[in-house]
Design a protein around this ligand. Structure first.
Ligand code: HEC
Length: 183
């Protein structure tokens, strides 16, 4: 190989090698971005599943307690017991749940929808959606905020909330608002 052909080789091969390396690097980067995205989606799906499990657990407990233990207005309401349970779970560092009013006439004012998420969630659930969620960031950590409807499941509910009688059949009178860390 003479000098000029070896120079030619170097000058043509080099840009090609660089382009190839750049393409491989870019596709590696894209693959890792896609892998990160898939891992994020899987984490959100796991968290959503946990919300559904908790929702069944809490609602089943409220219905069982109301059916078997709440007989008159002076008894401890299952809703009050649930709020105490939600506080305990938050204190222990698990998740946050809020019992929300969707009628505008809550027994306790603190149960009125407070922030944008809660207000939008209650409006969506009242318009017939069965579930509403949003991924939010707090102090660099991701959280799933989710809301599910609370219907008038038992006749007994109206014993303490008599205005539930005025609600259209099937329309939720409340909601449970969850905040779970995505991990
Ligand atoms: C024995 C009375 C009683 C019965 C029966 C009762 N609740 Fe309540 N409910 C309460 C009280 C008291 C609160 C306030 C709890 C708190 O925030 O500490 C409450 C709160 C609520 C809230 C939050 C909004 C608000 O009014 O503050 C919803 C939603 C709710 N109850 C739904 C229901 C449903 C559904 C049933 C039937 C399964 C039911 N309640 C049965 C007494 C009752």
């Amino acid at each position: 190989m003479n000098l000029s052909s070896s120079l030619l080789n170097r000058t043509t091969v080099k840009p090609f090698t660089w382009a190839l390396a750049a393409m491989l690097g870019l596709s590696g980067l894209l693959t890792s971005v896609r892998a990160d995205q898939m891992a994020d989606d899987a984490a959100v799906a796991r968290t959503r599943k946990q919300v559904k499990m908790l929702d069944d657990l809490y609602k089943t407990a409220v219905v069982l307690i109301t059916t078997h233990y709440v007989n008159d207005e002076d008894d401890l309401a299952a809703g009050s017991a649930a709020v105490a349970l939600f506080d305990a779970m938050k204190q222990k560092g698990w998740h946050e749940v809020r019992l929300l009013d969707a009628t505008g006439l809550p027994i306790e004012d603190k149960n009125s929808p407070r922030d944008e998420f809660e207000k939008t969630a209650v409006a969506k659930l009242k318009s017939g959606e069965k579930y509403y969620e949003q991924v939010v960031e707090r102090d660099g950590e991701k959280y799933l905020r989710a809301a599910t409807p609370v219907p008038v499941v038992l006749e007994k509910c109206t014993m303490c909330h008599d205005h539930y009688n005025d609600v259209k059949p099937g329309e939720p009178i409340g909601a449970l608002g969850y905040t779970l860390k995505i991990e």
